[in-house]
Each structure stands twice: as C-alpha cells, then as structure tokens.
Design a protein around this ligand. Structure first.
Ligand SMILES: [Zn+2]
Length: 280
C-alpha cells in the first residue's frame, strides 16, 4: 500500500468516524426541535380551541382602536356604530362609567342649563349605588345605555360572563327606571366580531365614538375643547366621562362642557341623544 492509498483510506475512515460521531447528535437535536415544535403547535391549537370565539389575533394591542371600530362597523352595518348620519349637522354628547354623586350631578346641571340632552353609558354597580342619579338622568330627558356591570376587559371573560355583565346591568337599570336600554358601549370600546354577534343577539346596538376627549386622563379644558373642535363632524359621537378615577380628574370635563356646547352651537350643530342620532 503506497502512501497515497494510506492517506486516502485514513481520510475516508476519519470522515466516516466524524459522520457517525455527528449524525446521532444532530438527529437528536432535530428530534428535540420537532418535539418542541409539536408541543408548541398543540399548545397553540389548544389555546385557539379554548378561545376560538375571542379571535386572539384581534386583541393585538398594536391594532389602533379606531381602525378596529371602523372595520367592525363595515362588517356589521347598523349594529356597530361610531357615528350618525353625516348629512345632518347633529352631534351627541356621551358620558361613561357613572353615575356618581359628584361629577354626574354637575354635568346634569350644565346640560339642563344649556337645554342639551346627553347619553349616559352606565356601569351597573354605579347605577346600583346611585339610583337617584339614574332617575334624574332619565327624568331630565337624557338617554341611557349599558356599559357593563363593573367595567371588565371583555376579552378576559367567557361568553357567559360577558352575558352576565350586560344582563345584570340591564336588570338594574330596569329596576330603577322601568326602562330597558338598547345600546351597549363596551368598556374601553373594545369588542371583536364574536362579541358583536353575542351582544347583538342580546338585543343591543354597539355604540362607539368618533371624538375622544381623553378627559379621563385629567386632560385640561382647553385641550378637550381643541380636540373636539378638531375632530367633530356632522353625526359625531363625543366621548366623555362622569366618574373620576381620582379626585379632580374630570374637572377639565366640567370646565370644557359649556364651551363645547357654545362652540358647536355657533358652528350650527344641534345636540341630540344617541338614540335620536342613530334613528332609534
Ligand atoms: Zn368606560
């Protein structure tokens, strides 16, 4: 055997040794990867099966709220509404999360003094705590809507829990006022198609908004006024609040409200309730 042959055989043997040395490890790694991938896949499938009606991808926080609502209103025309008729110069003022016994009566005083109706989307437990305020809201010609029992993130709840949130609030409203609401505003304005179907089957239209004052952040009156003037258009639904998370939080709302009314009236707008705005 010459030197060349020996070298070739040595190389061949070394290559085979290297191949056998590596292959099982690689195979093992690949198999592990596959098992992990399969486990991941089955976990995902399980999650989808569990939450299929929630349509997980819809909940991605980076999908802008307005974009979601506009797409839902196209998918469910007349059911998901964020604006009224854009050919009529009318707007609706809406107040969420109440009633309470501080901001709500002050807002009602302003509305009454200006001769303007509002629409109050009530949280059931607040209605239960302040039934007199609920009655006053109705007696003074304002409209009411359902805003869940305790303002949960609907996407964390089951169908049964979502139903319970709405039904218990409606029962409370009916117990106090003798009326039922046909409007529902989801907490945080967030719903997905499956929830829309569920809520509509309970007898509601879903009301969002076209102008967000962001008053709940403690926004000062001039900023609120500025955003209303900038964003308002015929058929607009303006979102404000009547329950403060911390003291003084809605002082901007109180200060801005008379000015909003005066400014929009000067522009030729008429104020109506949401049921009137959407022709209910
Ligand atoms: Zn709310």
């Amino acid at each position: 055997m010459n030197r060349r042959k020996i070298t070739l055989i040595s190389c061949f043997l070394l290559s085979m040794a290297a191949l056998f040395a590596c292959t099982p490890a690689q195979k093992k790694e690949s198999a592990n990867d596959l098992i992990v991938a399969q486990k991941k896949e089955s976990a995902n499938v399980g999650q989808v099966a569990l939450k299929s009606w929630k349509e997980i991808d819809y909940r991605l926080p980076n999908v802008p709220h307005r974009q979601q609502v506009q797409s839902l209103s196209q998918q469910f025309p007349g059911v998901v509404i964020y604006k009224g008729n854009s050919h009529l110069k009318r707007v609706a003022l809406t107040f969420d999360d109440g009633p309470d016994n501080y901001y709500t009566p002050r807002i009602l005083d302003i509305l009454r003094a200006k001769g303007v109706p509002g629409t109050f989307f009530m949280v059931g437990k607040q209605a239960k705590s302040f039934p007199d305020m609920v009655r006053r809201i109705v007696e003074e010609g304002n409209a009411i809507g359902n805003h869940s029992w305790d303002h949960p993130k609907l996407w964390t709840l089951t169908k049964e829990q979502v139903t319970q949130e709405i039904v218990s609030t409606e029962n409370e409203i009916q117990r106090i006022t003798g009326r039922r609401s046909k409007l529902f505003r989801p907490p945080y304005g967030r719903v997905n198609p499956a929830e829309v179907v569920l809520i509509h089957n309970l007898g509601y239209r879903i009301i969002d908004w076209s102008v967000d004052t962001l008053d709940w952040k403690g926004t000062p009156a001039p900023t609120i006024l500025q955003s209303v003037n900038k964003e308002v258009s015929p058929g607009g639904i303006i979102l404000e609040h009547c329950l403060a998370g911390r003291p003084g939080e809605l002082n901007g709302t109180l200060q801005a409200l008379p000015q909003i009314i005066d400014h929009l009236r000067a522009k030729g707008y008429k104020f109506v309730t949401v049921p009137t705005l959407i022709g209910q």
